[in-house]
Design a binder for this molecule. Structure first.
Ligand SMILES: Cc1cc2nc3c(=O)[nH]c(=O)nc-3n(C[C@H](O)[C@H](O)[C@H](O)COP(=O)(O)OP(=O)(O)OC[C@H]3O[C@@H](n4cnc5c(N)ncnc54)[C@H](O)[C@@H]3O)c2cc1C
Length: 339
């Protein structure tokens, strides 16, 4: 499908891209986001939707998924669009602009802002061949709404922050919770590990270190019923009741073809100047994907960088529009004093 041309197309709908989309609308530029993931939010949606964030201005404490919801509402108020499940795989330059190409679609655009974070990312899959047939039928790589695990036997595989955060959160809801890790060294926050170990001592969590997935067994109805775990030291196996398996083995991210677009890319980061410009005409970048002296990879800095990149792009496309956006509290677009 070939879409209409927009002034600005933002690659990536994490917090940086979403705030950039809002800013483009405020500057009366037509804009869109294309993102490889189905839903907006970037790392906040994919990696830690249920975690609280404490260092975003104006929110003493906000759940990541709630911040994404608010960002999305703010971003789309002027009619700009989010196109999910659209991984950008090629850039084609033409007179007056570019075409961004995904596996299925083509997005003509006059300028581009790359807010691609750590690249298009996907959960690391369980390596055991027995796992693949159960994907979506009991094995889930995205946790989603915790309420769906009420009364279920949940097996979490992994030893990092996500594994322990979810073990801690789901213990109270699940009928049984088992944590499986191939060693006894955990890459998780000490306080969360302590909380899960306390739940283990209270008999609410079963923890199997030096174990890995060996096989999966169906019950009478053909549904997932048990996992067979293999002790990597004794080489023996044991069966554990399971309705759901949540592998939390981290993510693999891939910058893909972005690295071949003639930009200055090193260590999966794009060098930008203080205007967030990449050095290639018509292309700016913002958020986690950028680097410059003093760079901080935070949501707050991504917001500011998106604001800079969009205002520069707007002025480049429409030289009569100043870089400085003025104060939103004075803008007619919000029904305030005429600007
Ligand atoms: C567990 C955890 C906790 C955190 N806690 C905090 C915190 O408390 N405070 C804080 O400030 N920061 C925190 N961070 C960091 C914060 O999440 C990042 O700084 C922020 O997400 C960066 O936003 P972004 O929009 O630049 O990139 P991302 O959130 O990474 O979004 C980039 C988007 O680009 C898309 N994309 C990439 N390549 C392509 C492509 N080729 N085609 C289409 N789409 C593409 C991706 O799918 C993704 O949706 C935390 C991070 C983690 C992992």
């Amino acid at each position: 499908m070939v879409h209409d041309e927009r002034d600005i197309t933002i690659i990536g709908g994490g917090p940086t891209g979403l705030f950039g989309l809002f800013y483009a609308g405020m500057r009366k530029a037509s804009a869109r986001i294309v993102d490889a993931l189905p839903d907006p939010g970037g790392q906040l949606t994919a990696l830690y939707p249920e975690k609280f964030i404490f260092d975003v201005g104006g929110f003493p404490k906000v759940l990541a998924k709630d911040l994404v919801h608010a960002l999305h509402a703010q971003a789309t108020q002027f009619g700009a669009t989010f196109h999910g499940s659209q991984r950008v795989i090629a850039l084609e330059e033409r007179a007056g602009g570019f075409d961004l190409v995904t596996e299925t679609d083509r997005f003509p655009t006059r300028s581009i802002i790359i807010a691609a974070g750590i690249g298009a990312f996907a959960p690391r899959r369980l390596p055991q061949p027995c796992a693949a047939p159960w994907e979506g039928k009991g094995i889930s790589y995205a946790v989603g709404d915790p309420a769906q695990y009420s009364g279920k036997h949940v097996v979490i595989i992994g030893g990092g922050d996500s594994a322990f955060d979810w073990a801690d959160q789901l213990t109270a809801r699940a009928a049984g919770l088992t944590l499986v890790h191939r060693s006894d060294r955990f890459r998780a926050h000490g306080a969360t590990v302590a909380a899960v170990e306390a739940a283990q001592q209270a008999g609410k969590v079963a923890m199997h270190t030096f174990h890995e997935l060996h096989d999966i067994h169906a019950g009478d109805a053909g549904l997932l019923h048990e996992v067979e775990l293999r002790d990597t030291k004794t080489k023996t196996t044991r069966r554990v009741r399971a309705d759901v398996i949540l592998p939390m083995l981290g993510y693999v991210s891939d910058l893909g073809t972005l690295a071949t677009w003639g930009l200055q890319v090193a260590n999966d980061e794009i060098s930008v100047n203080q205007e967030m410009h990449t050095g290639r005409a018509g292309i700016w970048a913002a958020g986690d994907i950028t680097t410059y002296p003093g760079k901080l990879k935070l949501i707050a800095t991504g917001f500011a960088e998106a604001c800079t990149a969009v205002n520069q792009a707007v002025h480049w496309i429409y030289p009569d529009r100043k870089v400085n956006p003025g104060h939103s509290s004075n803008l007619a677009i919000f029904g305030q004093k005429d600007d």
